[in-house]
Design a protein around this ligand. Structure first.
Ligand code: PLP
Length: 369
């Protein structure tokens, strides 16, 4: 038996990847064509139009980067940071920390304004910090997947612009599950990933960049220090008449993203947000009914990522193992300081369905009682 023969269907209820929609699987298996084939260019153009709608933006440059969500993060900083730039990262979990680390590696002067993990970024504290210095960039994670907390990204955009900085927003986990209104938020660059609420496998990082950020990119005094993620070249392939070869686009993944965006827009963005919320409420009710608790205060909970406190005396790793081996359900462990303390239950995209919630609750009930 080889590795592929071991694969069976698993209900993915962790922090991502999430369950893939059948129409996406269908699209992924379509015949591969050339990345400069006019038919493929049509697919690229349609993806850009759909992504603009899903991301709530009119930004011309809205495209999927090749690579996972971290490629989106890396692309954001590598294109906009020059050595010595002052970068403020509002941190309340693993992914805010990762942003800071990425910026530091580019020679930026990075400050982390850290909030207790499990609580949101406090806009008043953030405001003070933002007014403190002449920042070039302020960055924040919308949906902090490591803790299940929703950050008030919409409260800070105007302020970041007022002080002359660029605003980078991570929407890896939020996109498709809660509104990500890039233009209304005032995000100058926003990126996401395909494997969360878009019901697609991992492999692409949708990214949108606005005029102010493009100005900074154009006026850089140094070259973007990463060839693969250099947006100025990638734009040449995705935009305009020339369509110059940069790297071979991951054709079938882009078929998959096309199908995923079509499915999402057919459902309707609002309907998708409501579905995520309803499934979250169903999950919370089920968890509460079997005596489990959610550590994040209600107003800040993410519908698509639910942190659950591991009860005293319970071997959290064993619960995840049995869920996977006996019930074909995957849930996530805690990360960093939350390791061993929480489970992370994802209700992302195609996973967010009543039958999955009910199956998990009944499995947990029989294991814990
Ligand atoms: N940002 C957030 C908020 C995430 O949840 C993740 C992954 O879980 C990433 C960035 C990194 O994405 P990836 O693991 O796809 O590279």
């Amino acid at each position: 038996m080889n590795g592929l023969q071991l694969i069976t269907k698993t209900t993915l209820m962790g922090p991502g990847p999430s369950c893939v929609h059948p129409k996406v699987y269908e699209a992924l298996s379509m015949p591969t064509i050339g990345h400069l084939d006019p038919r493929f260019i049509t697919i690229m153009d349609e993806i850009k139009v759909m992504l603009r709608e899903v991301m709530g933006t009119k930004n011309e440059i809205t495209l999927p980067m090749s690579g996972t969500g971290s490629a989106g993060m890396e692309a954001a900083f590598v294109n906009l940071v020059e050595p010595g730039d002052k970068v403020l990262v509002l941190v309340n979990g693993v992914f805010g920390k990762r942003m800071a680390e990425v910026a530091r590696r580019l020679g930026a002067e990075v400050e982390e304004c850290e909030f207790t993990w499990g609580t949101p970024v406090d806009p008043n504290v953030a405001e003070k910090k933002i007014r403190e210095k002449k920042w070039q960039i302020v960055a924040i994670v919308h949906a902090e997947t490591s803790t299940g907390v929703r950050n008030p990204v919409e409260k800070l955009g105007p302020l970041v612009h007022e002080v002359g900085a660029l605003y980078i927003v991570d929407a890896v986990t939020s996109l498709g599950g809660i509104p990500v209104e890039v233009d209304a938020i005032g995000a100058d660059l926003c990126y996401s990933g395909t494997q969360k609420c878009l019901s697609c496998p991992p492999g692409l990082a949708p990214l949108t960049i606005g005029e102010r950020a493009i100005e900074k990119l154009k006026n850089r005094s140094t070259k973007v220090p990463n060839w693969y993620l250099d947006l100025s070249m990638i734009i040449d392939y995705w935009q305009g008449a020339r369509r110059a070869y940069h790297h071979t686009a991951p054709i079938n993944m882009l078929y998959g993203l096309h199908a995923a965006l079509s499915v999402l827009l057919e459902e309707g963005l609002q309907n998708s947000y409501v579905r995520h919320l309803k499934m979250h409420e169903r999950l919370v009710q089920g968890l509460t009914s079997i005596g489990l608790e959610l550590p994040v205060a209600e107003p800040y909970r993410l519908p698509m990522l639910n942190a659950v406190t591991v009860p005293e005396g319970v071997d959290e790793g064993r619960v995840r193992k049995v869920l996977l081996e006996s019930y074909d359900i995957e849930i996530g462990a805690g990360l960093g300081p939350l390791e061993g303390k929480i489970w992370r239950i994802g209700l992302m995209g195609y996973t967010a369905q009543a039958e999955n919630v009910d199956k998990l609750i009944s499995a947990l009930q029989s294991m814990l009682h």
